[in-house]
Design a protein around this ligand. Structure first.
Ligand code: MG
Length: 367
C-alpha cells in the first residue's frame, strides 16, 4: 500500500461559551483547525486533525500546521502508511522539530492501519480498558463565583473532574480555587492549571494560600526549574504539561521527582506514535496521565479517545471531549460524552467520516 495523495482542509471551530480564557489574559474565540486526508493506492483514506490552542500557548500556530504539512507531505508520497515508525522517521528527516505539524499526518496513517486490518486504533494501541473512560471539564478563566457556577453546571451534566484555568493575580486565583472547592462533592477532583502564568514567588504564595484545599497544581510556571522549586514548597499533587513534550523530559521529571501526573497532548508529542511511546513509558514508571490534545474537533476527539481508552484505567487521570465545547460537527462517528465519560469507537481505524460539506475545498493538495 502506498500513499498517493495528501489533502488538507481548514475549518473554524466556534465555542458554546463564546471564548476560552486562560492565564495572562490569553483567549481564543474561534479555533483554527486543520484536517488532513491521506489517500492510498488501495482505496483506503485516513484522516487526522491538528488544532493549536491559538498562537501563544505552545510554540505552534494554525498556519504553521499547514505550512508544516506542505513541507513534510511530499516526503510521504509513495510511503506505506502502515509502517508507522518509518512514517515518523521520514517526517523527522524532512523537517526537524515542529511536532504539531506532523501529528495529523501520523494520526491519519493510524486510521489507515486500522481500516486495513479491520481493527479500531484503540486495539492497535494496546487494547480497550473497560467500557469507557473518565473526562475532565476545563473551566475557562472568569471571576471566582462565575467559575464556581460553571463547575456546578458541568457537574450536573456528569463531569466529576474539573480543571480551573488560573494563572492571573495571586489573591484572585486563591479565591477561584476556594470558591470552586466549596461546590465540589466527595470523589470530585479539582486541578488548578496556571498554564505557566505565575512567577515563582507568586506560585509559592498560591500553593501556601490553598494548602488546606484538595487540589492538584498544574504547570505553575514557565520553566521546568521554576516548577520544581514550587513543588518543593507545596504539599499538593503536581501535574506537568507545557514543559513535558518528549521522552527525555518525562525521564528527567521522573528522575527529579518533579511531578505526579503528566499531561500528554497528542500534537505536542507529534502524533499517536510518539504519544503512545510516552504513554507506555509513563505506565512503566508509575506516572498517571491526562491524555488529550491542545484543542480540536471530532477527529482530534476520536484520536484522543483511542489513546485514552487503551491506557490502563488506573493510569488515566483524565481525558478530554473537545467536540462537546463547540456546536460544529466536522465528522460523523466521533465519540460523544455520556455522563462525564466517553468510549472509543469499535469501528476499524478512528471510526470517523469527515463531513466534507462542512470542511469545504482543500487548502492544500500534495501528490
Ligand atoms: Mg495543562
Amino acid at each position: 500500500m502506498r500513499i498517493t495523495k495528501i489533502l488538507a482542509y481548514q475549518v473554524d471551530l466556534p465555542l458554546h461559551e463564546g471564548s476560552y480564557n486562560w492565564s495572562g489574559g490569553k483567549s481564543v474565540q474561534v479555533f483554527d483547525s486543520t484536517v488532513v486526508r491521506v489517500e492510498t493506492d488501495a482505496g483506503i483514506a485516513g484522516h487526522g486533525e491538528a488544532c493549536p490552542l491559538g498562537p501563544v500557548y505552545l510554540p505552534s500556530y494554525a498556519e504553521g500546521v499547514r505550512a508544516g504539512i506542505a513541507e513534510v507531505g511530499p516526503a510521504l508520497i509513495g510511503e506505506d502508511p502502515r509502517d508507522l515508525d518509518r512514517i515518523v522517521r521520514t517526517m523527522d528527516r524532512a523537517l526537524k522539530g515542529h511536532p504539531y505539524c506532523k501529528s495529523a499526518l501520523d494520526v491519519a496513517c493510524w486510521d489507515i492501519l486500522g481500516q486495513a486490518t479491520g481493527l479500531p486504533v484503540c486495539t492497535l494501541l494496546g487494547g480497550r480498558n473497560g467500557d469507557d473512560f473518565v473526562l475532565y471539564r476545563a473551566i475557562s478563566q472568569q471571576a471566582p463565583e462565575a467559575m464556581a457556577a460553571n463547575v456546578a453546571g458541568y457537574r450536573a451534566e456528569g463531569y466529576r473532574r474539573f480543571q480551573l484555568k488560573v494563572g492571573s493575580d495571586v489573591e484572585t486565583d486563591i479565591a477561584r480555587i476556594k470558591a470552586v472547592s466549596e461546590v465540589l462533592e466527595p470523589g470530585d477532583i479539582l486541578v488548578a492549571d496556571a498554564n505557566t502564568g505565575w512567577l515563582q514567588h507568586e506560585a509559592v504564595r498560591v500553593v501556601r494560600g490553598v494548602r488546606d484545599v484538595d487540589v492538584y497544581i498544574e504547570q505553575p510556571c514557565v520553566s521546568y526549574e521554576e516548577c520544581r522549586t514550587v513543588r518543593d514548597q507545596s504539599d499538593h499533587a503536581f501535574v506537568l504539561d507545557e514543559c513535558i513534550d518528549d521522552l527525555r523530559s518525562v525521564l528527567r521529571g521522573h528522575q527529579d521527582r518533579a511531578m505526579d501526573v503528566v499531561n500528554i497532548k497528542i500534537s505536542k508529542f507529534g502524533g499517536l506514535t510518539k504519544a503512545r511511546q510516552a504513554r507506555d513509558l509513563c505506565q512503566s514508571l508509575g506516572i498517571a496521565m491526562t491524555i488529550e490534545d491542545t484543542w480540536g474537533g471530532d477527529i482530534v476527539t476520536a484520536a484522543i479517545s483511542h489513546l485514552a481508552h487503551s491506557t490502563a484505567t488506573e493510569f488515566l487521570f483524565t481525558s478530554t471531549d473537545f467536540n462537546s465545547y463547540g456546536p460544529l460537527c466536522i465528522a460523523d462517528g466521533a465519540p460523544q460524552r455520556q455522563n462525564g465519560r466517553m468510549a472509543a469507537s469499535l469501528a476499524p481505524g478512528l471510526g470517523v467520516s469527515p463531513r466534507f460539506d462542512v470542511l469545504g475545498d482543500p487548502v492544500l493538495e500534495i501528490e
